[in-house]
Design a protein around this ligand. Sequence first.
Ligand code: 13P
Length: 248
Amino acid sequence: MSRKKIIAGNWKMNKTPSEAVELVKTLAPLVQNPDVDVVYCVPAIDICPVAEAIKGSNVKLGAENMYCEDKGAYTGEISAAMLKDAGVEYVILGHSERRGYFGETSEDINKKMKQAIKYGITPIMCCGESLEQREQGITIDWVRQQIKVGYQGISAEDAAKTVIAYEPIWAIGTGKTATSDQAQEVCKAVRDCIAEIYDDATAAAIRVQYGGSVNGGNAAELFGMPDIDGGLVGGASLKEDFGKIVNY
Ligand code: 13P
C-alpha cells in the first residue's frame, strides 16, 4: 500500500492572528504539492483567521491541542466540537511539550484521541524519548508503551486513519536531527507496534511522521525512508524553508 505523505507545521506558541495571516500568504505559493497532505497546526486564537486565509488552497487546518470533554465548566479549554466547527481536520495530541510542561499523561492523551475520533478530527499523536532514555537503551520500549496506552480502546478502523509523530525530545528545537537510520528504526518500531495491537493492514495504512529539527536540507533523506511518511515541523514551519520541506 502506498501512503500519502503528510507534512504538518506545528507553529507552537508563535504568530499573532495578523502575523498568522501574513505567514499563510507568504507560504501559499511555496507549499503546493499535490502528492503531499500539507497541514498547519496553529495556536487556538489563530484557527479562525487561518481557516479563512487558506480557503481554496491545498492546505489543511490543524490544532495543537484540545480537551477530552464535550463541553462545560472547563475554563480555558477548547473542545473537539469547537475545532470541528471552525474547520479543523487534524489535532496534535500528546506533544512532548504538553507532556513535559503541562503534565499530560498517556492516559489523558488516550481520552483526547477517542474524543478527536468521535468528532471526525484526525489525531496526530506524538511519542518520543528523552536523551537520557535513549542513552539507557529504552527508546523503543518507551515509545511502544506510549502507543499502547494512547491507542487503548480504539478500533483498528479508526486507528488506521490516525497519524503518529515520532519526535525524539533531544531533537526538538535543538538543530540536532536524528539520523535517517535512527528515525527509521523507531518509525518502523512504531508501525510494528500497531501491527501487534491490530493487524498488518492497519500498520500498513497508518501514517508515521518524524519530527525534530526537520529542515529543507534534511527532509528528502528522512522522508525517503520506508517507514517515514512525512514530518511534523516546528521552527522551519514558520519560515519559507517550509516550502522546501513540502517539496522535498
Ligand atoms: P523543531 O522542528 O523546531 O525541532 O520542532 C519539532 C516539533 O516539536 C514539532 O512538533
